[in-house]
Design a protein around this ligand. Structure first.
Ligand SMILES: [Zn+2]
Length: 499
């Protein structure tokens, strides 16, 4: 077997176009920005797509050519300037890498850049131009990718996550790499078929443990048992992006063109027929808290403020759930994480043990509720650096840009120096808060946190608070999404684009 030189790169962001925040180079640097050999140090042994690329290439005796990794956590659109920098560094890295035999790219698929609605495709086009027509390229994509048919113009090899919470990033990384090797070693010719649906699916009920996405993913896996089908991916899409590519889609990779086409059509039809199952109504915050207080349980009850989930583009600083938790004067409760640089700074200046007056949250998107005034005792302060120990992104180093544990009455509150979802209990544990000892948890999360928290809590209650990631799409003033589109419009046929 030949020893191939395989380039690896990572270009990743989920952009909420209604967010007032802009994603800059600093956000990428804070989350994951690595060049060359540093990529191997950052991702070897991690359960990420890049971790999967690395393992397969090494196992096959190939030579890794680490190019550029740039990933930021979901927020507003990426600035044009940031994108230009990443793009030119990516192309430079490819230029300097010299001759390569293949390229593995971990993409998200729901990135939006100021003035560019499909930057992954634009990046792929630029890369393709640089490396020439024949270099095999394989990508991984997030389940929430907003895709258009054009992505097939540059390579047929695209593989989406099959789990939500995304705990199969590593497996899909391995799969993309394995398929790339099939093309390299055996000269296998792959085809891909794509169907775009006129459907904006809410992601709240998109978990793959149960419900409609579970059933759809099971169907996709069944198709993959056919040796002619290399991958069948269902993309739920990311509905908080006001772009022409928004919405659900299906992409099937295989060695039999006709079969990939039929399979993609079949799966897309199943998505369309199951669309209503994705919609669920949620209780208001006060009602949810009242019902949580009625529940007798030996484990905490988690209230999930999905509308401000930072991983869905929430600013991480809305206050309705916090305000109601304080108003109820709860005993033994925990709220977090609240992104509030100003209050965190005030805590850092006052030091642990002090009691200070703080005006919490409500700064980035005050339209969803004003700050909450509290007198709080500073319990502990950290630099906010810890390692994920839960099942998602296990082993990845996280930096919250500082953290403060404060207490107001019977409520423990975690403040952080940037917005991030409470997906790993280590976020709380690293500063000395044990979430399992609490009666009620108020968390800025959606679904990913369940990978780690389901075993720790007795129940999860999703609440309807105001925020950028509201489950109700009628709150958003869409201008660029394709119309008609379900559920905003009445339509008969769900297929928009095929290829
Ligand atoms: Zn996702």
């Amino acid at each position: 077997m030949a020893s191939y030189r395989i380039g690896i790169a990572f270009f990743y962001h989920e952009s909420h176009t209604f967010s007032p925040v802009r994603t800059t180079l600093d956000d990428f640097i804070q989350e994951g920005y690595h060049k060359g050999e540093k990529i191997l140090a950052a991702y070897t042994g991690t359960k990420t797509e890049v971790g999967g690329f690395i393992d397969v290439v090494r196992e096959k005796g190939g030579t890794l050519v680490p190019l550029l990794c740039a990933a930021a956590i979901p927020s507003g659109p990426v600035t044009r300037e940031t994108y230009e920098v990443i793009r030119s560094q990516m192309l430079d890295a490819i230029e300097q890498a010299g001759e390569m035999d293949g390229l593995l790219l971990a993409l998200h698929g729901a990135m939006v850049v100021e003035g560019v609605t499909d930057p992954e495709v634009e990046m792929l086009a630029a890369i393709r131009e640089k490396v020439g027509e024949s270099l095999p390229i394989a990508t991984t994509l997030d389940m929430h990718a907003n895709l258009g048919r054009r992505i097939l113009d540059f390579t047929p090899l695209h593989f989406g996550f099959k789990t939500y919470p995304h705990v199969d990033m590593y497996e899909q990384g391995c799969k993309a790499a394995t398929m790339l090797y099939r093309q390299l070693d055996g000269g296998t010719r792959f085809y891909a078929s794509f169907v775009k649906l006129r459907a904006l699916l809410p992601s709240l009920n998109m978990r793959t443990a149960e419900g409609p996405m579970h059933d759809l993913v099971e169907l996709a896996k069944k198709q993959e048992q056919d040796p002619d089908i290399g991958g069948a991916s269902i993309f739920g899409g990311f509905p908080y992006a006001d772009i022409p590519e928004a919405g659900a889609s299906v992409l099937v990779v295989g060695t039999d063109q006709e079969k990939t086409r039929k399979t993609a059509r079949f799966l897309a039809q199943q998505v369309w027929e199951n669309r209503e199952r994705f919609v669920i109504a949620l209780p208001k915050v006060r009602d949810a808290l009242q019902s949580a207080l009625q529940i007798q349980a030996d484990k905490p009850i988690a209230l999930a403020d999905i509308s401000d989930n930072p991983l869905s583009g929430g600013t991480g600083d809305t206050t309705e759930l916090l305000r109601e938790m304080i108003a109820l004067d709860l005993e033994n409760a925990l709220f977090g994480a609240l992104y509030d640089e100003e209050s965190l700074q005030a805590c850092m200046e006052a030091a642990a043990g002090a009691t200070i007056r703080l005006s919490l949250g409500g700064k980035l998107s005050p339209e969803f509720g004003p700050p909450v005034e509290v007198d709080a005792k500073i319990m502990a302060l950290t630099n906010g650096v810890f390692t994920n120990k839960g099942p998602m992104n296990t082993g990845l180093l996280v930096d919250t840009n500082g953290a403060a544990h404060i207490r107001a009455g019977g409520l423990d509150i975690l403040l952080t120096g940037r917005a991030l979802s409470a997906n790993d209990p280590e976020l709380f544990r690293h500063i000395g808060i044990e979430p399992t000892t609490k009666r009620i948890l108020g968390l800025k999360v959606k679904n990913h946190f369940r990978a780690a928290f389901d075993p720790l809590v007795s129940q999860v209650i999703y609440v309807d608070a105001p925020g950028l990631a509201s489950n109700d799409f009628t709150h958003f003033a869409y201008k660029q999404i394709p119309r008609p589109i379900w559920p905003l419009d009445e339509i008969d046929g769900g297929f928009m684009e095929e290829g």
